[in-house]
Design a protein around this ligand. Structure first.
Ligand code: LLP
Length: 408
């Protein structure tokens, strides 16, 4: 049957039969292509792509990007440990996030990361203190909040004055001057991140322009920067969004950076993995309700939180197309929450036992999974051509209880 949905050359029902469901399935080729698209668009040797680990932190995925030459953007000591375990290079790793603990700062300094993206004055002081204790100098960049509207979902918009992120634009010079006085800090850059799933280039360019104004002002005040970091990548197509053209973004950045000596850092997450993955799930029941029909599947909000959390749209396809007329349905999981849906009001032809593919689930799916309702986290599989291999085995119920067993 040719119309059975595949990942690369492998039919998805075959993966479901072999590894069970729910199951995250990734295409190695799609990962490579997404990375190469960045690498080919941003051709100057002075660009470093730092994959945002939070989007999908599976070791095999990190290893794949490390082998392609990628650096990493981390937000915790745990993510740094993952990067190192996957063979990533600490000297190509930047540490973002508003709440770095002393232990995390110490670990990152010991490993020799590229820089800390610092988000507040007290964080500057803390990094200085830890670096003093370790007898080293910490490379730092300041995350400046450019106060531009990224036009994305409010929960993933980060560059507005009202957000907890970054240092206020008006305070930037003062913050840099403060950093310059701390002997165990070495100022290397400036960074921003205005939000995720951006479908419009203009806020990104606006943020860049605002940062460059600051770079000049800092130079006038004797603070010369080595790099500018523009944060996460462009949005991806989940449904019918128009997404920014990477080449156009690269071109615009190139023009703006012409005549400066600034190196460029980018921290894409979603656009490197989002459309390289899907979540496959088995239909447990078809339930006809009074007002709505439900396709009840074995994946749930604990496997893919995005619909519940951000009203996110994920396309859903039956891996084995059915001839009967589609019904209008909600695709829901077994969790006892009304918010436990993967899709609402979709036309779908499906029957019990069918394997559905929830598309665009490579980013912020497995990495945001939980054990709610004591559901073991799903397995993950990497497909390369006609080959496939388990890259994370399914959790067991015993594992879920392990940390409590000794205390009852
Ligand atoms: N850099 C920083 C500092 C970030 O906070 C993020 C994402 C990125 C880079 C990567 O951004 P991307 O290239 O993926 O747009 N869970 C949400 C997305 C949260 C994004 C958080 N920060 C979702 O599922 O849509």
């Amino acid at each position: 049957m040719t119309d059975i949905l595949r990942c690369e050359a492998v039919p998805l029902p075959q993966l479901a039969a072999e590894y069970g469901t729910p199951l995250y399935v990734y295409s190695e080729q799609a990962l490579t292509q997404a990375y190469q698209q960045y690498a080919h668009s941003f051709t100057t040797p002075n660009t470093l792509i730092c994959y945002a680990v939070k989007a999908n932190s599976n070791l095999s995925i990190l290893k794949h990007f490390a082998q392609l030459g990628s650096g990493f953007d981390i937000v915790s000591g745990g993510e740094l440990a993952r990067v190192l375990a996957a063979g990533g290079d600490a000297s190509k790793t930047i540490f973002s996030g508003v709440g770095k603990s002393e232990a995390e700062i110490e670990f990152a300094l010991q490993q020799g990361i590229l820089c800390f993206n610092v988000e507040s004055l007290p964080e500057l002081d803390r990094i200085n203190t830890v670096a003093f204790r370790l007898g080293c100098v910490a490379p730092i960049s300041l995350r400046i909040n450019p106060d531009v509207d990224a036009h994305t979902h409010p929960y993933i918009s980060t560059g507005l004055k009202a957000n907890k992120f970054g240092i206020a634009y008006a305070d930037a010079l003062m913050a840099y001057q403060h950093a310059a006085q701390l002997p165990h800090l070495h100022i290397v850059g400036i960074d921003c991140h205005i939000g995720s799933q951006l479908t419009d280039l203009s806020p990104l360019v606006e943020a860049l322009e605002r940062l460059l104004l600051l770079v000049d002002k800092l130079a006038d005040n004797g603070i010369v920067l080595q790099h500018i970091d523009l944060g996460g990548g462009v949005g991806i197509v989940y449904h019918n969004e128009n997404v920014p053209d990477l080449a156009a973004y690269a071109q615009s950045i190139r023009q703006h950076l012409q005549g400066t000596n600034l190196k460029l850092i980018l921290e894409p997450g979603r656009s490197l993995v989002g459309n390289a993955g899907m979540l496959i799930t088995r239909v447990e029941y078809i339930k006809k309700g009074e007002q709505k029909n439900f396709v009840i599947v074995d994946a749930a909000m604990n496997d893919l939180m995005r619909p519940a959390l951000y009203q996110a749209y994920h396309r859903i396809e039956n891996t084995t197309p059915r001839p009967q007329a589609p019904m209008l349905v909600d695709v829901v999981g077994p969790i006892c929450e009304t918010g436990d849906f993967l899709a609402q009001d979709r036309k779908l032809a499906a029957q019990t036992g069918d394997i559905l593919a929830v598309m665009s689930a490579g980013a912020y799916a497995a990495s945001m999974a939980s054990n709610y309702n004591t559901r073991p986290r799903a397995a993950e599989v990497m497909v390369a051509g006609s080959q496939h291999r388990l890259i994370r085995r399914r959790e067991t119920i015993t594992e879920l209880m392990a940390n409590e067993r000794d205390y009852v």
